[in-house]
Every structure is written in structure tokens, then in C-alpha cells.
Design a protein around this ligand. Structure first.
Ligand code: KG4
Ligand code: ZN
Length: 353
């Protein structure tokens, strides 16, 4: 079962090809991040326009990278939610058209679920990929931490899962991006905040951790506002001082201390909840998926606090990609789950797990 997966839910136009849910044949990505960086974040209209230009070249690049033709492809999988409406529409319409014209079955994929399936890839002939030697063993506890999502999910088996908790406001990556903006770092801010945090004191500023009714839920809006107030206070201004002028007034030390304090509190927030879930559900394995899984301090903190080791997939498969969509497409097909109708498949921007 060889599946071509198309991903276009945010600012990455990505197409991957995967065999039997474990062999990675290609992972082609065209990002409009450089365009989005000019505006300090993803502008939905611009993202949709770049998907339109990039999607067919990405499909062709993916086939070329895999050294395959359409004859080798058994099915097409596409992210239909969650994500930006205009962006999803380009991927879904492309996949629908290809499914009809190339006579392939079509599978509709949930983006957040797909992030987890990136961890099921175990072999590849592509250079520069380091993959886990074995697929995860169920039951699996998964944390999805990205720019759009923060969720803890318990998987008893494939397609048998419970959403334990999620963010009630901002996603963790989004909070990193917003804090980056306050201290004058360009989009996407996560990796840059991580780098600057190594130069700061993680206990310099006492930022709050949200206390919520839901045992496994998170919130990042409070800590984000606390960062803004902290930055205003650090330069001796009050809450009316405009956030976009803060970066030029903050000293390098203040910026590094804010980055370090925020990184510590944001990561502890998700790790505290993940550990609670680990104790309650006793999984065989823990998976960290999504863009924030690339975070070295997150990996270090987990290695210190979690009783079992975590095997991470290649960082290129942590952020949005088409291979994760193709992988989940393989499992969907191999489990005999229903195909989507290529004439009617609609997008679901608010799809949850
Ligand atoms: O999974 P992803 O590529 O896209 C979404 O589905 O959102 O995740 C991108 C997010 C961005 O918010 C980015 O700032 C964050 O992941 N990120 C990080 C790191 N690398 C990426 N956040 C913290 N530390 C990092 N090292
Ligand atoms: Zn994502």
C-alpha cells in the first residue's frame, strides 16, 4: 500500500509518499514561511495563494524524489482539517482532482492525528533522516504541541483513542511565537526563543502557570499576558505601553531572561500534565508530536522527569509535512476504513480529535 499524502493546512505545502505506514519514500515541502515572516505571522490569504502556486510542483517533486510514477501510487490522502479554510481548500481540491483523474481512492486525514503518525515511520532510503528503529507500541500517550494545537491523547490502539485534554486558548507554539514578537524575534519564534533562552536565567521572572478545572487542559493566554506586563515593568512603563515598541527598549539581558523564564513555564505547563496522564494511564510509550517537539529544552526536561525514554522522529517530520498524512493514509487504508468521496469531500477547519 503506497500512499501519496498532501498537507496544506497552514503555511507549508507538503507532499509525501509512504509505503505500508512505515517506509518513507519522499517528503517534499515548499514553505511560504519567508513570505509569512515579512508579516510576523501567517496571513491566511497569502498562505492560500502560495499553496495554489506550490501544490502541483510539490506533488511532482515528491514523485521524483521517490523515483515513482502515478502507476506506483495506490491511494491519495489529504488533510481536510483542522486548519485555515483557504489553505485546506487548495490541498483538498487538488487531492479530489487527482483522485478522479488518476483513478485513486481518496482518504480524508485529520491533521493533528497525522502529526502522531509521523512517529510510525521506521525506514527510508532518503539521506539525512534519522528514524526510530521500531514503531510505537500501544497503549501510547501522545502530546501534540504545535503552532496550532496543544493536546494530550491516549491511544489504546490505532483509531481507538481518547482526547484527555487540550489548550483552552492559544497553542503552545503560538504562545512561543507571540512572546518572540514581544522581545523582537522574527516569526516563527519558537526556535529563536529557544536559542536566546540559553543565555538567560529561567527563574528571573516569576511567570504564572494556569490552574484549570480540566485535569489535562492547558492555557497559555495568561502567561503570554504576564510576559507582556513583565516586559513593560522591566522598562519602567505601565500596561498602556505599546507591545510593538518594547523590543527596542529591552536590554539583551532582559530579553534573554524573558525568553528563558517563558520557555521554562510554558514547557513545564505541558510536561506537568503529561506526567499526570502518564501516571494515570500507564502507557507503554510516550510520543511527542508537532513543531514544538523539536525543542531541545522540552526533550531535556522530559528525559529528566519521565520514567521511560522517548524516541523522537526526525525533526523534519515533527513540523508540518506530507509524509505524516501519507502514513496515516496507509493505516486508514490497511484498516479498511471508509474512503472519501472525491466529488464531495469538504474541508473541516475546526475539526477536533
Ligand atoms: O507543527 P508545526 O510546524 O505547525 C503547526 O501545525 O502549527 O509547528 C510550528 C510551531 C511554531 O509555533 C514554532 O514556533 C514552534 O512550532 N516551534 C518551536 C520550536 N520549533 C518550532 N517552539 C519552541 N521551541 C522550538 N524549538
Ligand atoms: Zn501541524
Amino acid at each position: 500500500m503506497i500512499v501519496l499524502g498532501i498537507e496544506s493546512s497552514c503555511d507549508e505545502t507538503a507532499v509525501g509518499i509512504v509505503e505500508n505506514g512505515h517506509i518513507l519514500h519522499s517528503n517534499a515541502i515548499a514553505s511560504s514561511m519567508d513570505v509569512q515572516a515579512m508579516y510576523g505571522g501567517v496571513v491566511p490569504e497569502l498562505a492560500a495563494r502560495s499553496h495554489m502556486e506550490a501544490v502541483i510542483p510539490a506533488v511532482e517533486k515528491s514523485l521524483l524524489q521517490a523515483n515513482m510514477t502515478w502507476d506506483d501510487i495506490d491511494a491519495i490522502a489529504v488533510t481536510y482539517g483542522a486548519g485555515l479554510g483557504g489553505s485546506l481548500l487548495i490541498g483538498v481540491l487538488t487531492a479530489r482532482t487527482l483522485a478522479i483523474t488518476k483513478h485513486k481512492p481518496l482518504y480524508a486525514i485529520n491533521h493533528v492525528e497525522a502529526h502522531i503518525y509521523a512517529n510510525f515511520l521506521t525506514s527510508t532510503s532518503l539521506p539525512d533522516y534519522v528514524l526510530p528503529a521500531e514503531q510505537p507500541q500501544f497503549p501510547v500517550l501522545a502530546l501534540i504541541a504545535s503552532g496550532g494545537h496543544s493536546q494530550i491523547v491516549f491511544f489504546r490502539d490505532h483509531f481507538d483513542y481518547t482526547l484527555l485534554g487540550q489548550t483552552l486558548d492559544d497553542a503552545i507554539g503560538e504562545a512561543f511565537d507571540k512572546v518572540a514578537k514581544i522581545i523582537g524575534l522574527p516569526y516563527p519564534g519558537g526556535p529563536k526563543v529557544e536559542r536566546l533562552a540559553t543565555e538567560g536565567n529561567p527563574h528571573a521572572y516569576p511567570l504564572p502557570k494556569a490552574k484549570l478545572a480540566g485535569k489535562y487542559d492547558f492555557s497559555f493566554s495568561g502567561v503570554k499576558t504576564a510576559v507582556l506586563r513583565t516586559a513593560q515593568a522591566a522598562i519602567g512603563a505601565d500596561f498602556t505601553f505599546p507591545s510593538f515598541q518594547l523590543a527596542e527598549r529591552l536590554s539583551d539581558t532582559q530579553k534573554a531572561d524573558i525568553a528563558a523564564s517563558f520557555t521554562r513555564v510554558a514547557l513545564e505547563t505541558v510536561i506537568d500534565k503529561l506526567l499526570l496522564a502518564y501516571e494515570e494511564f500507564a502507557p507503554k510509550q510516550v510520543i511527542i508530536a508537532g513543531g514544538v517537539a523539536a525543542s531541545t529544552p522540552l526533550r531535556n526536561m522530559l528525559a529528566e522527569r519521565l520514567p521511560i525514554d522517548i524516541t523522537y522522529t526526525d525533526r523534519k517530520l515533527c513540523t508540518d509535512n506530507g509524509a505524516m498524512v501519507a502514513t496515516l493514509g496507509c493505516f486508514t487504508a490497511m484498516h479498511g476504513l471508509p474512503v472519501a468521496d472525491p466529488r464531495t469531500l469538504d474541508i473541516a477547519p475546526n475539526l477536533s480529535m
